[in-house]
Structures are given as structure tokens and as C-alpha cells.
Design a protein around this ligand. Structure first.
Ligand SMILES: C[S@@+](CC[C@H](N)C(=O)[O-])C[C@H]1O[C@@H](n2cnc3c(N)ncnc32)[C@H](O)[C@@H]1O
Length: 181
């Protein structure tokens, strides 16, 4: 796994703070990667100290199709790892009318914009928080900018964090936090 995919440290701290403040009971993460976002979410959940259902979906594309042994680490005990392509999981979850309070999306960078609307409208619970990484990484994923444009057009409540102040940051890739009312 290439560490370069992980979210920036300040975005990770933001994710932790959002989890600490929102107190989600159902968390869905799309795309494990290097586990940076996972550890940020876990830090928030551990602070909260309350029970939470936490599901991570990954097809392990970045791991030659094999779930990495690191996911068995005691650090990740209690997380429900689901091996699935994102689109299949989302489609089944929509059919089952499942809902999540906090969704962190950083898996299918080629097509996730195509099911943004049903994820926001149906999969995300009322007062939920939905986060997309890489939305302004237009060099690598110009398609993801559509999610930002959809938020603007539809009047959704969002905050986009994509400013760098240091040379060791890659915040310009963009972290989009969408808040459902
Ligand atoms: C960019 S990495 C996630 C980085 C992670 N947020 C972090 O901070 O370390 C993307 C992950 O999504 C997975 N992935 C890629 N395409 C996918 C797809 N279509 N369905 C499910 N998982 C996918 C990859 O195997 C990888 O683990």
C-alpha cells in the first residue's frame, strides 16, 4: 500500500473532531487504504466511549485483491470489514434501506460521483455527515469535482477544506464535508 494515498494529518484531526462532536452510532467508511482515516475515526469513537457500529468496505484493489493482515490488528477489533466493490455495497445498502450517521468516502475514485445523490439522500441519516476525499484533486480525478458542484447546485450545507500552508501538505486534494439537515 502506497502511503501517498492517505489523508493529510489536519484532515485526519478534523475527522476525529467531527466524530467526537457528532457522536455517530453508525459509521460507514468506503476505502481503507493506509488506515489513516480509519485511525482518525477510531480516535473519535474511543473518546466518545459509546457503542458504535463501524463498517469498512473495500475491494482491496490496492492490495492485489487480498485483505491485508493489518486489518486483523487488535487496533481494528470491532470494525466490520466488508470485501466488496463500493457500487455493489451501496446498491445493496440502499435496497436494505440501511442508514449511517457518518460516512467517509475515499474508495471508488472513478465512479463514486455517479451515486452521490442516493448516498446523500438515502444512505445518510438525518443530521448525518458525509465526507469525500480528493474532490478537488482535478489532476488525478476531475470527475470527483462533480460532487462539489452538485452540493452548490442543490444548496446542500457543506465545507470544503483544500488549502495548504506548508510544503509537506497535500490538502489541495480537497476534503468535502457535507452536513445533512
Ligand atoms: C485512496 S485509498 C483510501 C485512503 C484512506 N482514506 C486513508 O486515509 O488511508 C482507497 C482504498 O479504496 C479501495 N478501493 C479502490 N477502488 C475501490 C472500489 N471500487 N470499491 C471498493 N474499494 C475500492 C482501495 O483498495 C484502497 O484501499
Amino acid at each position: 500500500m502506497d502511503e501517498i494515498v492517505k489523508i493529510d494529518v489536519n484532515h485526519a484531526q478534523l475527522v476525529t473532531a467531527l466524530v467526537m462532536s457528532q457522536k455517530p452510532g453508525r459509521v460507514l467508511e468506503l476505502g481503507f487504504g493506509s488506515g489513516e482515516a480509519t485511525r482518525a475515526i477510531l480516535a473519535g469513537l474511543r473518546y466518545n466511549g459509546a457503542g458504535c457500529e463501524y463498517t469498512i468496505v473495500d475491494n482491496w484493489l490496492d492490495f492485489d485483491g487480498i485483505q491485508p493482515a493489518i486489518t486483523q490488528d487488535p487496533e481494528y477489533a470491532g470494525i466490520n470489514f466488508v470485501t466488496s466493490p463500493e457500487n455493489v455495497f451501496v446498491s445493496e445498502a440502499l435496497h436494505a434501506q440501511n442508514q449511517y450517521d457518518f460516512i467517509f468516502s475515499d474508495a471508488d475514485h472513478m465512479a463514486t460521483q455517479n451515486w452521490f445523490e442516493p448516498v446523500y439522500q438515502q444512505l445518510l441519516a438525518r443530521a448525518g455527515i458525509l465526507i469525500y476525499h480528493d474532490v478537488t484533486n482535478t489532476r488525478d480525478f476531475p470527475n470527483l469535482l462533480r460532487i462539489y458542484h452538485d452540493c452548490v447546485r442543490n444548496g446542500y450545507h457543506y465545507a470544503l477544506f483544500n488549502n495548504n500552508s506548508r510544503t509537506d501538505e497535500r490538502c489541495d486534494r480537497g476534503l468535502l464535508a457535507i452536513f445533512k439537515h
